[in-house]
Each structure stands twice: as C-alpha cells, then as structure tokens.
Design a binder for this molecule. Structure first.
Ligand SMILES: Cc1cc2nc3c(=O)[nH]c(=O)nc-3n(C[C@H](O)[C@H](O)[C@H](O)COP(=O)(O)O)c2cc1C
Length: 365
C-alpha cells in the first residue's frame, strides 16, 4: 500500500502533466534569436551524405535529440511513457523517464517506468532521480529500466515553490559525487528550467559527472506550473527568473571547455534551435513539453512521429545549407551571438569565448 506521502506525490505528478499541457512555454525567450549561423552558398556536401550522429557519454546516437525526463509513478504515466518510447524507437532517440522516486517508495508503480524498456528493448534509456539521491537509490533507478545513463536533476527553485517541497540543499554536491564514484553508468547533472551558471557547472565537473544538461529558462517553466497547481498565476519577475537557455549553454560550454558533454535544453523547439545549440558546441539537445503535448492527443504517436520526421528533415537541410557533413564540421563554421545574450556574456567575462565563435572558419579557409 502506498503511504499518504506517495499518494500526494502521484497526484502532484498527474497535476504537472495537466499544467504543462495547459500552460505551454512560460518565461523569457530561450535566446535562440540571438544566435546566427553563417550560410554556405556553395556547400561541398550532398544531402544524402549528411550524418546526424552524435556521441553522448561515449554512447553513439543516430540523432542529437533526447526525449527529456517527464513522467512515471501514476496511472496516466504508463500510457505516456509507452507512446514516448515507441516514438523514440522509431527515430533511435535516447529517452529519459521522469523522476523515479515514486517507484522507490511504491513498487506497484514500477511498471509505469519499466514500460519504456519493454517498448524499446534496444534503446538508450536514461534513469532520473533528484538531488540528494543515495547511491543505493541510484542503483535501483538504473536497474528498474535497464538504463545506460543516469540523470540527477537539480530543481531548487521548483522545490521552493512547492509548499511540500524540499528545503534542504546542503550536501547535495557530495551526494552527487558519491553516485559518480560508485555507480558504473555515466551521470548527467541536469537543471529543469532555470539554467546552470559557469561556476556551478565546474562544481558538477569536479563531482565527476560525464555530462551537464543546462535546463535553461524559456520553455517549460516549473515555477509557473507550481503556481498553476495553487490556482494562481506567476508574478512576471518570477516568470523571468533563471538563465535563458542560450545564456546558460554558453556559460557552461565556455567553463567546462570540453571536459564533459553538454546538453542544451529548455525551450528547444525547432530544427533551427537544435542546429544553433549544436553549432555553439552542445553534444545533444533535450526536448520535453512539446512531445508531451503531442503524445497526449488521441492520435498522439502519429503526430509526434510527423513532428520528429519534419524536424530531422530540417536538421539535414540546415547542415547542407551550412556546408556541414556532420556536427563536427558545423562546429568549424562561425556562429554570431548578438543582442541581450551577447551583452550578458560580455558582462560576465565570457566575451572572448563569444568572439572566438564568431571568428571560427571552415578548415583550410
Ligand atoms: C510534465 C513534465 C514533467 C517533468 N518531470 C521531470 C522529472 O521528473 N525530472 C526531471 O529531471 N525533469 C523533469 N521535467 C523537466 C524536463 O526534463 C525539461 O528539463 C524541461 O521541461 C525543459 O524542457 P522543455 O522546455 O523542452 O519542456 C519535466 C517536464 C515536464 C514537461
């Protein structure tokens, strides 16, 4: 029998789905309009030779897109994870499940997560737990879905916006370091929509993570979601709280300087967003809210497949239009960062990194 805390957790998870469907994206712009790619009018690349392959934590993936952590732990979650896993399988996408804490407290909900492995036996699946998870919990979450990678999510702002949320954050970095040291699977540290600044990214590297998912502001906004659950709308200043995705992505990339993989997420919505993130230096990109909304429709799987087919076509087109056979070649092309994002990076001392991006040239030029 689940205890009352577990029942409340399950209710909260179901409310999150309803809120994300109703609210859409909230907050500042993720900042992709400040990033410009330089077109190549004479590409020495054929459409058919373009590769979208990337490598995350040493694992080869046919697409840079990850279905990011969303759900599990209540009855509706099983159908959603089933649909997401089927869609992921169709495109060979890596897929994360939502926080698995519910299954650790109530084994009867384990199938709402395990369905992802049943539907996608050969897939790259990513387990998910929150900060302060123990090594034993990390092992159990990984085993439950046969995950190749583990995400530990950092959601301090969301916790503070929940009446029932955590208030203890000291020691979370030590807990993460223990997991990284003792669990064989690679670990991703992940924000959920407020972003990660450079100094904290470096602390994650020191804790031993293999990748950082920047989880920037500009897409799903959990502060707005928590306000919605209370029947309130969010104060505009709180709605803008956090680092927009392109800002946090730039801070993290410039800080870790290749020491770990970096995943761009938070308001990544189009192929242009994906290509811009990859051109800046991301290894992969995560998307959550839009895929939830698509698979929630009655013909959800078909809709999500159409959306992803169009997105992958556009990725291929954009690589040709920048003269890039693959993501490595794209990263040789210059990228211009302007506007508020440029002003932020200059003010924070990341201006040299921004200028280096703008001066990159194709090999041999
Ligand atoms: C309904 C829903 C539930 C989520 N639950 C989790 C979670 O359990 N663990 C987690 O790390 N992130 C969770 N997230 C955050 C997403 O993984 C992602 O970081 C965030 O939504 C930003 O991406 P987006 O703008 O593409 O939605 C959830 C997102 C949604 C939409």
């Amino acid at each position: 029998m689940p205890d009352s805390e577990e029942v409340l957790r399950q209710l909260r998870k179901a409310e999150h789905l309803a809120a994300v469907r109703g609210l859409g994206d909230r907050g500042p712009s993720p900042g992709f309009e400040d990033v410009a790619l330089v077109p190549n009018c004479a590409p020495e690349v054929d459409w058919t030779e373009v590769s979208l392959e990337t490598t995350l934590c040493g694992i080869r993936l046919p697409s840079p897109l990850i279905i990011n952590a969303m759900t599990g732990g209540h009855p509706e979650a099983e159908a959603i994870n089933r649909r997401l896993a089927r869609v992921a399988r169709r495109f060979g996408l890596a897929m994360a499940v939502g926080s698995q804490r519910a299954a650790l407290g109530d084994p009867s909900v384990a199938p709402t997560y395990a369905v992802a492995r049943r539907e996608y036996p050969e897939g790259v699946l990513i387990a998910n737990l929150g900060l302060n998870a123990s090594v034993a919990e990390a092992r159990a979450a990984i085993a439950l879905i046969g995950a190749q990678i583990l995400q530990i999510h950092w959601n301090v702002a969301q916790e503070l916006f929940m009446a029932e949320g955590d208030r203890q954050f000291r020691g979370a970095m030590d807990a993460l370091a223990s997991i990284c040291a003792e669990v064989p699977q690679p670990v991703i540290a992940k924000e959920v929509g407020q972003g990660i600044a450079g100094p904290e990214a470096w602390r994650f590297v020191q804790a031993g993570v293999r990748a950082i998912d920047v989880g920037g502001a500009g897409g799903t906004n959990f502060l707005a979601v928590e306000a919605w659950r209370r029947g309130e709308s969010l104060d505009p200043e709180w709605e803008r709280w956090g680092l927009p995705t392109v800002v946090t992505l730039s801070e993290v990339l410039a800080t870790v300087d290749g020491a770990v993989d970096v995943i761009a997420s938070g308001g990544v919505r189009t192929a242009h967003d994906v290509v811009k993130a990859m051109a800046l230096g991301a290894t992969a990109v995560g998307m959550a809210g839009p895929l939830l909304r698509l698979v929630s429709e009655p013909d959800g799987e078909a809709r999500a497949e159409q959306f992803l087919a169009a997105l992958h076509r556009d990725l291929q087109t954009l690589l040709v239009l920048t003269g890039s056979r693959n993501w490595q070649a794209l990263r040789q092309r210059p990228v211009v960062v302007r506007g508020d994002t440029a002003a932020w990076l200059d003010a924070r001392g990341f201006g040299a990194w921004r200028l280096r991006l703008a001066r990159r040239h194709p090999p041999g030029a």
